[in-house]
Write a protein that binds this ligand. Structure first.
Ligand SMILES: *Cc1c(COP(=O)(O)O)cnc(C)c1O
Length: 364
C-alpha cells in the first residue's frame, strides 16, 4: 500500500503553531544520564512496597472514576508544605508542567502575554504559546541574578497577564530572594507563578514563597515530586494559591485528570516524605563537589541552589557534549554559549562524569 508522507505544514494546523518545535531533551540509553535533572536515586524498597500496596488497593475500584477533587492528596500536600495551608489552597496534576498549563489555560490564552526572565525553564514559552498567548522574555544580570528593582521595572514595562519566577532558576541554578517576588507582585496586575521545582535543594533555612501567600491572591507557588521526591516517572506536580485561583483551574482541567493510581501512589509517597527526601543532602553534596572540581579544572560553575550545575568556560560545548556522550555520560547543552549543564548524580555517577571531563579537558 502506498503511504504518502506529509509534513506538519501540509496539515490544517493552527497558524500560531506553525514552525514551533516540541520539547526535546535527548533520551539516550547511556550508563550515566545526568541531562534532565532527575533524582538519580531510586525510591527506597520499603517505600516502593508501600506505594505498590496503595496502588493495589486503588486498583480494586478502578472500574469507577477517581475522586475528581483528589481530596486526600490535597490534604497531604497541605500538610507537607505546612505554613497553615489548607486543602482548598492546593491543586495538583500530572507533573508541574500540567499544573502550569492549567494556570496558563485559565489566565493566559489568545491576546494575552506571559513573561519570564531569560534564560529560564524552556517549557514556559512552549506552554504559553500552546494556549495561544505571546511569550515575552525579560533579562537577567550577567551572572543570571535578578535584583528586585530591575525585576519590578521590567514587569511594569511588559505588563504581562502571567509572570513566571523560577526560584531557584533552571537552567542556571540561580537563587531568588523573597524581596524579588514581593517587588514583582507589587509591580504587576497578573498572576505571579513562583516555580519552586528545586526548593528542597536550597539551603535548609531558605524561606519558601508559600510564606508570601497571605494577602496576595494573584500569587501561585508551584512544586513538583519529580526532583527531590525521586518521582519523575509518576508525574505529580502541585501548587498552593488562593482558593479562588484553584476555582479558576477547575474550569480548564479535564474531568478526572488525576488517575486513581496516581493519587494512590502520590499519597503513599507523601507518607514517607522524610525517607523520600533522605537523598537530598547526598545530592547537594555531589552538586557542590561538581562545582568545586569543575572550578579546579578551569571551568566557571555558577552558584546553584538546585540539583544541577551550569558551568561556563567551555570553548566548544557541542564538542564536549559529544565527547562525554562517547564516554557514556549524557549531560545537557541548554544553548547558552560557552556553557553546559550537568545534574548531580550518585557518588559513582558524579565520579564518572568528573573523570570523563578530566579526560577531555585538554581537547576541548
Ligand atoms: C523539572 C522542572 C519542573 C518539573 O516538571 P514536572 O512536570 O513536575 O516533571 C518544573 N519546573 C522546572 C523549572 C523544572 O526544572
Amino acid at each position: 500500500m502506498d503511504r504518502v508522507t506529509i509534513s506538519l505544514d501540509d496539515l490544517p494546523i493552527r497558524d500560531d503553531l506553525r514552525g514551533l518545535k516540541p520539547y526535546g531533551a535527548p533520551q539516550a540509553p547511556l550508563p550515566v544520564a545526568l541531562n534532565v535533572n532527575e533524582n538519580t536515586h531510586p525510591v527506597p524498597a520499603d517505600v516502593a512496597s508501600d506505594i505498590l500496596a496503595s496502588i493495589g488497593a486503588a486498583l480494586e475500584q478502578v472500574n469507577r472514576y477517581p475522586d475528581r477533587e483528589f481530596t486526600r492528596l490535597r490534604e497531604a500536600f497541605a500538610g507537607y508544605l505546612g505554613g497553615g495551608l489548607v486543602a482548598e489552597q492546593i491543586w495538583a496534576a500530572n507533573g508541574s508542567n500540567e499544573v502550569l498549563q492549567h494556570v496558563l489555560q485559565a489566565f493566559a490564552g489568545p491576546g494575552r502575554t506571559a513573561f519570564g526572565f531569560a534564560p529560564t525553564y524552556s517549557m514556559y514559552p512552549l506552554l504559553t504559546r500552546a494556549t495561544g498567548a505571546d511569550w515575552v522574555a525579560g533579562a537577567r544580570a550577567e551572572d543570571y541574578s535578578l535584583s528586585a528593582a530591575s525585576a519590578a521595572e521590567q514587569v511594569r514595562r511588559a505588563d504581562p497577564d502571567v509572570i513566571f519566577l523560577c526560584a531557584p532558576n533552571n537552567p542556571t541554578g540561580t537563587p531568588m530572594t523573597l524581596d524579588v517576588i514581593e517587588a514583582v507582585y507589587a509591580a504587576s496586575r497578573g498572576i505571579v507563578i513562583v516555580d519552586e521545582a528545586y526548593q528542597e535543594f536550597a539551603p535548609r533555612d531558605t524561606a519558601s514563597a508559600v510564606s508570601l501567600l497571605p494577602g496576595r491572591e494573584r500569587l501561585v507557588v508551584s512544586r513538583t515530586m519529580s526532583k527531590a521526591f525521586a518521582f519523575a516517572g509518576a508525574r505529580v506536580g502541585y501548587l498552593a494559591a488562593d482558593p479562588a485561583v484553584v476555582d479558576a483551574l477547575r474550569l480548564v482541567r479535564l474531568p478526572y485528570h488525576l488517575s486513581a493510581l496516581t493519587q494512590a501512589a502520590a499519597e503513599a509517597a507523601l507518607r514517607h516524605a522524610d525517607t523520600m527526601l533522605g537523598m537530598v543532602d547526598e545530592i547537594v553534596a555531589q552538586r557542590d563537589r561538581i562545582s568545586r572540581e569543575l572550578a579546579a579544572m578551569g571551568y566557571r560553575p555558577h552558584e546553584s541552589w538546585t540539583n544541577f550545575v551550569l558551568f561556563g568556560g567551555v570553548a566548544d560545548p557541542a564538542a564536549v557534549w559529544q565527547a562525554l556522550y562517547e564516554r557514556g555520560v549524557l549531560i545537557r547543552d541548554v544553548g547558552i554559549p560557552g556553557h553546559l549543564r550537568v545534574t548531580a548524580g550518585t557518588e559513582a555517577e558524579t565520579t564518572a562524569f568528573l573523570a570523563a571531563m578530566a579526560s577531555i579537558d585538554s581537547q576541548a
